[in-house]
Design a protein around this ligand. Structure first.
Ligand code: MG
Ligand code: MG
Length: 264
């Protein structure tokens, strides 16, 4: 069942998502060689709590093992999603996707950004650019009268046109009072297929794109999803609302991109 949101509810969702955006900007400030993902998790949790929100990922149940032990997912290199923060220092040339969720005033924010650690190989920079472009290609399809399949089609065709792999096992989702609501928002699909998009629809669109094959396996920690072929993966996610017939991006990469541009 899809819960369409009122204007007030959309503003509450925006509030939660801007706390997530602020958290990710803190990550942008600190990500560099030598930093551990556990250190990033500590700062992220502090930032979320300092803003009166709850890090919803912490304690998230897992059908295959124990609950998620941290406030952010940190997926390094060949980890596609759900990487668990640890004590391995990040190295020059690594990439790390930081997925973050925050809950405040009854609503959830959910957004993800893939960061470069120092100087990253051009082909990996290209993967990151293409994944972000695939996200925005999907977002462009969010308008009244379009269908869910249009979003997936746009994401998939954008990524595959450059020869990249599109992960099928994990998908975007409705977002609201629950972190994961209906509908599922796959990163693949057929034009004109699926449910019609209506005003009040709030969804997280989150392409997970691989340099090689998108086949994956679950690592021993029972959380990290890794590429089977060891190729690297990127993940960008925005939470968006459809209202007044137009798409409204509730999360934000603005502060992150400002920090990235300064360091170039
Ligand atoms: Mg997320
Ligand atoms: Mg999500």
């Amino acid at each position: 069942m899809i819960y369409l949101k009122t204007e007030e509810e959309i503003e509450l969702l925006r509030k939660a998502n801007l706390i997530v955006a602020g958290t990710l900007a803190e990550m942008a400030k600190m990500v560099k060689p030598g930093v551990t993902t556990r250190q990033m998790d500590t700062i992220a949790e502090q930032f979320i709590r300092d803003h009166g929100a709850i890090p919803v990922f912490k304690g998230f149940p897992n059908p295959y093992g124990g609950p998620f032990p941290a406030s952010i997912c940190t997926s390094v290199n060949d980890v596609i999603v759900h990487g668990v923060p640890d004590d391995r220092p990040l190295e020059e040339g690594d990439i790390v996707s930081v997925d973050c969720g925050a809950y405040i005033d009854g609503f959830n924010g959910d957004s993800c950004y893939t960061f470069c650690v120092g100087e990253v190989k051009p082909e990996i920079q290209n993967l990151l650019r293409a994944t972000k472009e695939a996200l925005y290609a999907g977002i462009q399809q969010v308008c009244v009268g379009h269908r869910l399949g249009d979003i997936g089609y746009a994401v998939q065709s954008r990524a595959e046109s450059e020869g990249y792999g599109v992960v099928r096992e994990f998908v975007g989702h409705g977002v609201g009072r629950k972190m994961h609501e209906d509908p599922m928002v796959p990163n693949y699909g057929k034009k004109g297929n699926g449910k019609v998009l209506k005003n009040g629809l709030c969804i997280a669109i989150e392409p997970m794109i691989t340099q090689g094959s998108p086949s994956l396996y679950l690592a021993d920690d029972k959380w990290s999803a890794k590429t089977q072929d060891g190729s690297w993966a990127a993940h960008f996610e925005h939470s968006v609302a459809l209202h007044n017939g137009k798409v409204d991006i509730l999360s934000s990469f603005e502060a992150i991109e400002e920090i990235e541009n300064k360091s170039k």
